[in-house]
Structure formats: C-alpha cells, structure tokens
Design a binder for this molecule. Sequence first.
Ligand SMILES: *Cc1c(COP(=O)(O)O)cnc(C)c1O
Ligand code: SF4
Length: 525
Amino acid sequence: MSDETGAGKLDSFSRELFQELFSPAGEKSPAAQQEIVEVTDLLQKAREQDLTQPIVNLFRLLRRIRKEKGQTPRDLGVEESDLLQLAVKHQQIDEHEVTIGGRVLKALSIVEDANARAMAYMQEHPKAAPSGIELWDRIRENQERIKKVLGMKQEDWDSFSGQLRFAIESVKTLSGILDLPENAVTDIQRVTSQYRMRLTPYYTSLIMPGAVNDPVLLQSVPTGEMIDNVGEEIPPVAADHSPARLIDQFYPRVATIKATNMCGMYCTHCLRIAHIGKKDRIYSKQAYQEALDYIRNNPGIRDVLVTGGDAFVLPNDLLRWLLQELDQIEHVRLKRMGSRIPVTTPQRIDSELLDILEQSNDQKPLRVVTQINTAQEITPVSRETFRQISKRVSAVLNQAVLLRGINDTRTKMWKLCETIQEAHVRPYYVFNCSYRNPQFSHLRVPVPVGQDIIESMYGNVSGDAIPRYIATAGGKIPLHRSNVAGRAGSDIVLKKPWSGEEVKYPDASEEDHSNADFSFARYVE
Ligand SMILES: *Cc1c(COP(=O)(O)O)cnc(C)c1O
Ligand code: SF4
C-alpha cells in the first residue's frame, strides 16, 4: 500500500483491514457471478448514499470473498483508491468517527462472538424456563379449575382473605387439584403431620399439572425426603443470632425484626423452618416494644429489616405503627421489609398498604426485599403488583435461593434474573441453600455449580441483573471466585468470567498512589 493513495491517513485497524484484503493469496478459486454482481451493486450504493451501512456491507463481502476464494478486491474490479475514499467517507459520516477497520474487524466480530454465547440461551429459555407471563393462558385455565374444585367465587379469588380462607393445607384437597402419584400422596400425608403445608389457590395455579418436579410444586409441597433426611440437628438460626426478643443481628449496622412467624405460603426450603409455619402466632405489642427498645438503645444500627415469616401478612395498622416507630429513631436511617407475598398472594397488596409504604419511604428510604426463585412465579398479576410497589419505595430487591431442579442451570437463572428485572425487581442475592436444615438437604446445589451459573451471567446479561452469590455461615459470605489470575510485572492478569480468556490489565502504580503530591497539591508551595 502506498502513501500517495492516502493509506497513511488510516488508523491501524483499517490498515490491517486493507492489508488483509489486498495481500496476494496462495490459492484462488473464481468468485461466483452473483458475488461479482453484489460487489458492483454495493460499490455503487456505497458511493451514492450518505450512509455507513452499504460501506460496511461492501467491506464485509470483500473480506469474505478474499477469505473463501482468495480473490482480492482488484480481482473483482475494485481499486484500492475506491475503497480508501469509502473508508474516509465512512469515518466522516459516523458521529463517533468510527473507522471502517474498527467496525468491520473489531466491533462486528465482538458482537458476533457475544451473540453466539447467548444463542443457546435464546433457543432454550422458552421451553426450559418459561415465565408465568409466557404460561399465562395455562395458568388461567388452572385458575378456573381450582376455583371450581374449591368452590371459590371470583371475589374470593381477588381478595387476600379469600386466598387465605381457601388456602390448601391438606394433601386431600391438593390431590383434588393436582394429579399426584398415589405413593406421593401417602408420603405427603406422612410429612404434613410434622411440617405444615400451605399453598394459596393463586400460587397453586402456577403449578403446571403433569410436570414431574414442577419448580413451583417443589417449592411448596413437601416430599418424604423432608423427614427421611435426618441429619445432624443444628439449632435454629435464632439461637446464635438473636440478642433480643424478635431481633436477629450479626452485623453492627443492620438488624432484623422477625415481626411474625406467619407466611402466605410455606416453603419446602425455609431457612426458618423451626419456627415458621408450625403454629400461627400473633405477637404482643410488648414483644415489638422490646425489639424497638433494643434498636433504640443501639445507636450503631442504621438499617432495620422487618421480616418474619412474611412482613406483609401483618395487618396494615401494625405495619404503619412499626414503620412510624422506626422512622422516629434518629439513628435508624433506612428500612427494609421482607415479603414473598407479592409472588405467592399478590391480592394482599392493597392501596392502603401502598400508601403506608410510600409515607414511610418519604421519611427514610424503604426497600422491599422479596423472594422469587423461578421465572414461572412472575405472572402479569405479580408483575403489575411489583410495578405498583416499585413506584412507592426506593427499590424492590430479590433474594433467591439456589435450589436443585428449580433454578440450578444457567438458562433457568438467567431467565429468572431477566424476568424479574423486567418486572421492576432487582436481583440482589442468590443464596446457596443452607446446610443447617437437614430437612431440605435434597434441594441443595454444590457451590461450584452455583459459581458457574452466576459467573456465566457476566458479560451476557445486563450488569444490574446479576445477583451476588452468598453462603450464610455466621453472616453472609460471598461465594464468587476471584477473576484476578495473577500479576505480570506492572499488569494484573484478569480472567473473563464468561470465557476464561486471560487479559492483561495495566495497573496503577502503588508508589504513585502513596504519594500525596498530585494535582492541586503540586501548585502549593
Ligand atoms: C441477611 C441478613 C441481614 C441483611 O444483610 P444484607 O447483606 O445487608 O442484605 C441482616 N441481618 C440478618 C440477621 C440477616 O440474616
Ligand atoms: S416465605 Fe420465607 S419465611 Fe415464609 S416459609 Fe417461605 S422461605 Fe420461609
């Protein structure tokens, strides 16, 4: 390439592109007539139109023909000077002065590689992990069937009290709705004499009849493993983390008020299985007062989590009072409420509750922390509920539990995180299922499997849809593997989480960093 043609003006990416196109090939095979017609056609368009696309298409076609047939542009009647003019024109048209070499050699192949990574997911997810939005027609059919079996009127269905009144607590009722294997029915009977089962009719409608190990069924209906899994009894979490009545605390700045032991439904994987869902208990004002006193007397506490059980099973008046009390404590700066009810019983979220949330959020930021484990749990109804909540509070965050057969593949977890993000909920944590409760050890997933799943999300989904992977072992401990592979001189060697490819990252010097004499300090005598 000679400088008289203007090649010297090109950036290094474009020079590389020109070299690739014009270098003589060892073996050649003739270009197809159609390819020649296409080249001529694109060349004309690229010259006539003030657009980048025909120029890019021309270069891509020439590059393919050179690669596959060994034909240079000149062999096809296109001169280097023609292409140089187009290269300059491309850069002039583009608002960000992207060069033809940068776009064709780099950007487009980076995007193609990225697309290839997501391809398997795109093909798999509608079948492997359908959302409740995608399954809505079938869920609606389920709802009609359940209403008929239980004798529910539409107004019962649409109200929280109706959902609780008709909640399914016996295997007899459940088997009238779902076609369960006979030996499963016997086993569930055996388990439910010891552990409580409760599904709201709404949550039951998310179960797809006929699906073995349906992910919603697994979360809500206990199997024989729950009592067969006798392991070492470890005392309930509260035993080593509760410094005061109703309080759990293991961080200096965050405390939890377990404001109730009731939930809209009972989960097979419940960490608090020891005191949740055994027997509904209404707590006394005195208990709440003692919890509030503890927070009042500990000025280090700035963030208070109201949880349970499920905070939203509490009556509106009590929630309003509790939030007002917390807002009046000077050192409490933020609040959170933990609730699965928007997913299990969205009928609970009435306008009065929304007003209470907004009023408290106006005082000091309030977040709602929920638990959604599969995309199947997001329906048009729960999505609308989350949309309404998200307008009234600072953030709606999700804490999922990584569960065997439920969300333990890349596709299922990506789909969960993308679906909730589209439903106004931000993925926050994914917990590795706890070792403390032998009852649900059959639902546990090995740590490396979870690491692979979470790491696969980097570079593939929106950054704010990627949760942190956590083990609970006397506080929350991040389970991420390090992506810092080592050091090479002044560079840090980094590993790309999605491919394992290593890249060098020039680091700032520690010597410079420890020197305070920089910027404005340098002007001071
Ligand atoms: C999870 C938890 C918290 C909150 O932890 P964050 O990391 O701030 O979300 C606080 N207290 C207890 C007892 C907890 O279990
Ligand atoms: S909603 Fe939470 S506290 Fe209630 S049963 Fe499920 S996991 Fe346990």
